[in-house]
Design a binder for this molecule. Structure first.
Ligand code: CTP
Ligand code: MG
Length: 180
């Protein structure tokens, strides 16, 4: 069980870390360029920036490559059970999917009239993960080889808990304005 837990967290690092990189390196021009949607509300809001998106995806891929090499070094075979190029496709689609899901989550939040940073339980914690899985599932023929059903179930249960914990930490470190 502990093994499954650790394996799940390890496999999800390329999907988890993009948001942290976005928090740290984000800012500047918003992805929606400050524009409103037809409902008169912001399309995405100031919390979704181009720099955050690009740095986030790059950061997630960087972590994944680091993991691949650490696995080789310590004789673990998860990402490194694949050829490097296949692992890279899987890692990149998890990172890109994660932040695309994050953008989609904000789009949905704005349509519900929620302000930037306002909490949207479950959506805040799971949209990014579900979209990351969908992206990875369609981009990599090796997705199901690593992300078995038990891993996916643990991921869906564990993620809201981890997400709340890390956001609280980012808030305490004054990286975020609100603890969610
Ligand atoms: N961030 C960014 N660009 C992104 C994603 C995140 O710059 N594509 C940065 C922003 O500074 C953002 C912070 O990371 O405020 C936290 O991200 P998140 O919680 O996803 O955004 P919120 O500000 O809560 O906005 P929303 O209500 O739209 O989720
Ligand atoms: Mg938020």
């Amino acid at each position: 069980m502990l093994n499954l837990l650790l394996k799940t967290i390890w496999l999800l690092i390329p999907a988890y870390t993009p948001n942290n990189f976005a928090v740290v390196f984000g800012g500047g021009t918003p992805i929606d360029f400050g524009k409103n949607f037809i409902d008169g509300r912001r399309i995405l809001g100031d919390g979704k920036t181009i720099r955050g998106f690009v740095c986030g995806v790059a950061g997630g891929i960087f972590c994944g490559i680091l993991q691949f090499n650490l696995e080789k070094l310590f004789g673990v075979a998860l990402f490194s059970s694949l050829a490097f190029s296949d692992a890279l496709v899987l890692i990149a689609s998890l990172s890109l999917g994660s932040l695309t899901g994050d953008v989609l989550g904000s789009f949905i939040k704005r349509r519900f009239g929620l302000k930037r940073g306002q909490a949207f339980p479950f959506f805040d914690q799971l949209t990014f993960l579900v979209v990351a899985f969908i992206f990875a599932c369609f981009s990599s023929p090796f997705f199901s080889q690593l992300f078995t059903l038990d891993v996916i179930v643990v991921a869906l249960v564990l993620t809201p808990i981890l997400h709340l914990l890390t956001n609280y930490l980012a808030y305490k470190l004054r990286l975020k304005d609100v603890p969610w």
